[in-house]
Design a protein around this ligand. Structure first.
Ligand code: SF4
Length: 247
């Protein structure tokens, strides 16, 4: 299965709470009027300039083994290497909200409209995350309709450049799933263009397979240890669609 998913822009509109969190602003009734106005303008620009699209391709464990090996630069020991071999389903994904919104952000900074540019950047990042959630839910629903999802199962996603999966892994990921078809290209640096794009693998399996200790050598440099929250959240929810960001 390989599917291109057109994501309605209103569905990708991020929650105000998620945007303000990335700006380090606490959400509440006492939000200054200036911030409320900026946020509204940024969300309006997001709705005007974003074109969210996703692509999802299921992939077998041996096929993903080859994608994952990539250019041979992964950390020798890392969590995904153990997890994907125990998965029930794997799917490569890529999503983008398009180039126009990045150009608008650049324009605002060039015109010295830093506050609005920065707010739009946060809205676009939160909207990109939300678009991934929509693609994930779409894939989960497909599996659910086939009776392949049970309460003991969970889903987490992983991306090249994180947790021991070297960023050069993007090369093989692109060769397999061709995100070019939704307008994403891979630069020599392995960054994606448009910048507001996310790619990786969705892993579905028994929740137990996702447990690991955050004691890999590279975890010492990790500022967030976000894997802890995500694994905890997986066990709090009965439905495996409770995930946020990448491990
Ligand atoms: S501690 Fe950080 S680097 Fe280590 S696995 Fe968790 S999220 Fe990844």
């Amino acid at each position: 299965m390989r599917e291109i998913i057109e994501i309605p822009i209103d569905d990708a509109k991020p929650e105000r709470f998620d945007v303000l969190k990335t700006q380090g602003i606490p959400f509440g009734n006492d939000l200054p009027e200036k911030v409320k106005t900026l946020l509204k303008r940024a969300i309006d620009l997001f709705l005007e300039f974003s074109q969210p699209l996703g692509i999802v391709s299921d992939i077998s464990i041996p096929e993903f083994g080859s994608v994952y090996h990539g250019e041979g630069l992964n950390e020798k020991e890392n969590p995904l290497d153990k997890i994907f071999k125990k998965a029930d389903n794997l799917a490569l994904f890529a999503i983008t909200i398009g180039e126009k919104v990045s150009k608008k952000i650049d324009q605002l900074f060039k015109k010295n409209e830093f506050a609005l540019g920065s707010m739009l950047d946060s809205v676009a990042s939160a909207g990109t995350d939300k678009a991934v959630d929509i693609v994930e839910n779409h894939f989960l629903n497909l599996l659910s309709n086939k009776g392949e999802i049970t309460p003991s199962k969970g889903m987490l996603r992983y991306s090249p450049g994180y947790c021991g999966w070297h960023v050069s892994g993007q090369k093989k990921l692109f060769e397999f799933s061709h995100p070019e078809d939704i307008g994403i290209t891979l630069l020599d640096s392995f960054l994606m263009k448009p910048l507001k794009s996310i790619s990786g693998v969705m892993v579905i399996g028994e929740k137990e397979i996702f447990k690991f200790e955050d004691s890999y050598p590279f975890c010492d440099q990790c500022k967030t240890h976000s894997c802890r929250d995500r694994i905890r959240a997986l066990f709090r929810e009965s439905r495996p669609d409770n995930k946020k960001g990448v491990v």
